[in-house]
Write a protein that binds this ligand. Structure first.
Ligand code: FAD
Length: 553
């Protein structure tokens, strides 16, 4: 049988494969996404859609669908630390329901609590609305070969066992942590392979909140005399919860008896529940040594595995998908330079390295009661002395855990300063931030958000093609850039904005923003050589990064 051909073959329809397929469809690029399962999310893992991911959803026109997902908007998102649900509360960080949370001043979107079994179907529905996107379930990649001019993939129908060939200009492995694509390419991962052996249990308990006095909350962290041992999160803001027996770096398999004992201990008394699914997994801190070979690239969990403490798993993968999406579009449409796709790893790998480390730091803070700061015995005793000990210990833990709850420096502040397709402006790079995020428009950074009209953000200007912002009054026309981009076939739109707030934040009269919403170049006057700038930002640069720095200074 003749092979079918697709420009981009994506392996694995988890959130990252779905998002990449959707981004390509949104750009008018044809792709085929194959998924070995039937597409049902049996065991939802992620549930925090970070603010940058929500900005992507806004760009794609699906932010409202995510907002309207059935996780109740008024369900309090408190984080609570306690000895047991019918024991002592040690402290809490209060957060309102997601619908009641204020917008951060740096973004037109806020993060959303939407678990994977609600989020994936939204992205799937959106992606498959594009006629150029083909999704095939029950289709497993079982072999592939990079033939130089194309990739030939052998896929198997998981029902009949029949195999067939699909050829593609590019193949992308979004096939998760155990990535067959990465393994077959022989690409290793570096870091810590086993932080904890953890058991997740999704259980149903409709009257959960009535069984204790701690009220509604999103995440309960349980601390016993031995330290942090368990978490329970409200997975759907209703009747379903996820218990995680945190475990340790030593290999352990929690038995069914362990699971029942943990649930009873957490509640502080026996109670009725129904176990829906159990997932035994290893918490890792790993980044792939390479993000692909030849015509094959990797994204999402196939290249970075992290502790979920900080919600930087899927949210980091979403950034991969967006970085890769516009570059594949550019190359397939002919305006991307020969080096453009190579910049995917250069830009994205350092972000993953930083994010997985931050997530492990969060884990270490969460586990500090087990390791460095064992709770004093009084914490578990009644009476005034116990109350005082709980207050002191709880306040310390509350302060410590704030690192994890406030992470916009990671979610929004990632930058591509050292990328060869970013033209430096000669200003020194400020340090990367973690807990706080200050918007900057330095080349490499996410172009800042400023409201420019009723419900309209600067971010709404970006996405398809490059955008040249002409900011303020008496601004150069940008003709050299317009001519050079037209000559190279690079899509460019010019947007003139006179609002002082935009000019002040972007700091220059001319600012060039890439299709992914990162600043590529900025200056107060036309570039000396428009063609060199166009070639630099489309990955066809005659200039190396060092040469560009010399040129800018
Ligand atoms: C407890 C927990 C909580 C988490 N919470 C968050 C959170 O709040 N926010 C966050 O950002 N992240 C979170 N994460 C991480 C997040 O779940 C992952 O980063 C995310 O699911 C990765 O998506 P992916 O698409 O890369 O991979 P996956 O979700 O693993 O999807 C890979 C897909 O590829 C398919 N596949 C594999 N091999 C093949 C093949 N050969 N052929 C065809 N298909 C194949 C698989 O069936 C699967 O559907 C959490 C993780 C855990 C464990």
């Amino acid at each position: 049988m003749a092979a079918t051909h697709t420009p981009v073959l994506i392996i694995g329809a988890g959130p990252i494969g779905l998002a990449l397929a959707g981004d390509l469809g949104w750009r008018g690029v044809a792709c085929t996404l194959i998924e070995k399962s039937d597409g049902r999310v049996e065991h939802p893992k992620m549930d925090l859609i970070g603010v940058r991911t929500m900005e992507f959803c806004r760009r794609w026109g699906v932010a409202d669908r995510v907002r309207d997902a059935p996780y109740p908007g008024d369900y309090p998102q408190d984080y609570v630390w306690l000895t047991a649900l019918n024991g002592y509360e040690l402290g809490r960080e209060k957060f309102p329901g997601r619908a009641l949370e204020a917008l951060p001043k740096e973004s037109p979107q806020k993060r959303e609590r939407v678990p994977q079994d609600m989020f994936d179907p939204i992205i799937k529905q959106w992606a498959t609305e594009f006629p150029s996107v083909t999704l095939q379930h029950n289709t497993e990649l079982v072999g592939f070969e990079d033939r130089g001019s194309h990739v030939a993939a052998t896929v198997r129908d998981t029902g009949s066992g029949a195999t067939r060939e699909i050829t593609a200009d590019y193949m992308i492995g979004t096939d998760g942590g155990a990535s067959f694509v990465r393994e077959t390419l022989g690409i290793g991962m570096s870091g810590h392979p086993a932080l904890t052996y953890t058991t997740n249990v999704i259980f149903r308990c409709p009257n959960f909140a009535k069984l204790h006095d701690k009220g509604l909350g999103y995440r309960f962290i349980f601390i016993g005399p031995e330290g942090t041992w368990l978490t329970i999160v409200a997975i759907n803001g209703g009747d379903r919860f996820r218990m995680s027996i945190v475990g340790s770096p030593e290999k352990v398999t929690h038995s069914d008896d362990d699971i029942h004992a943990a649930l009873t201990r957490a509640m502080g008394k026996p109670f009725d529940y129904e176990i829906l699914s159990v997932l035994r997994w290893v918490r890792r801190e790993l980044v792939a040594d390479s993000y692909g070979r030849g015509r094959i690239y990797l994204a999402g969990d196939s290249v970075h595995l992290t502790s979920p403490t900080g919600a930087l798993g899927m949210n980091t993968g979403m950034q991969d998908a967006v970085d890769l999406g516009w570059k594949l579009d550019a190359v397939l449409k002919g305006w991307g330079g020969a080096n453009l796709l190579a910049t995917y790893e250069i830009e994205r790998k350092p972000v993953a390295v930083r994010n997985i480390k931050a997530s492990t730091d969060n884990l270490e803070r969460m586990l500090a009661p087990r390791t460095t700061h064992k709770p004093p015995p009084e914490v578990f005793q009644p009476g005034a002395a116990g109350d005082a000990a709980r207050k002191q210990y709880g306040d310390w833990y509350t302060e410590l855990m704030r690192h994890e709850w406030f992470m916009n420096g990671y979610h929004l502040g990632y930058r591509y300063d050292a990328s060869p397709i970013v033209w430096p402006d000669g200003t020194p790079a400020p340090p990367l931030e973690g807990q706080v995020y200050r918007q900057i428009a330095r080349p490499g950074a996410r172009a800042p958000h400023v409201w420019i009209g009723e419900g309209r953000s600067t971010l709404d200007l970006f996405g398809k093609g490059f955008v040249l912002l002409r900011l303020g009054v008496a601004t150069p026309a940008g003709d050299r850039i317009v001519r050079a981009f037209a000559a190279a076939g690079v899509p460019l739109r010019v947007e003139a904005l006179q609002m002082p707030a935009v000019r002040a934040l972007y700091e220059r009269a001319l600012v060039l923003v890439r299709p992914d919403g990162h600043v590529a170049w900025r200056a107060d006057r036309e570039p000396d050589d428009g063609a060199a700038l166009a070639d630099c930002v489309r990955g066809a640069g005659r200039l190396s990064q060092t040469q560009a720095i010399e040129r800018a200074s």
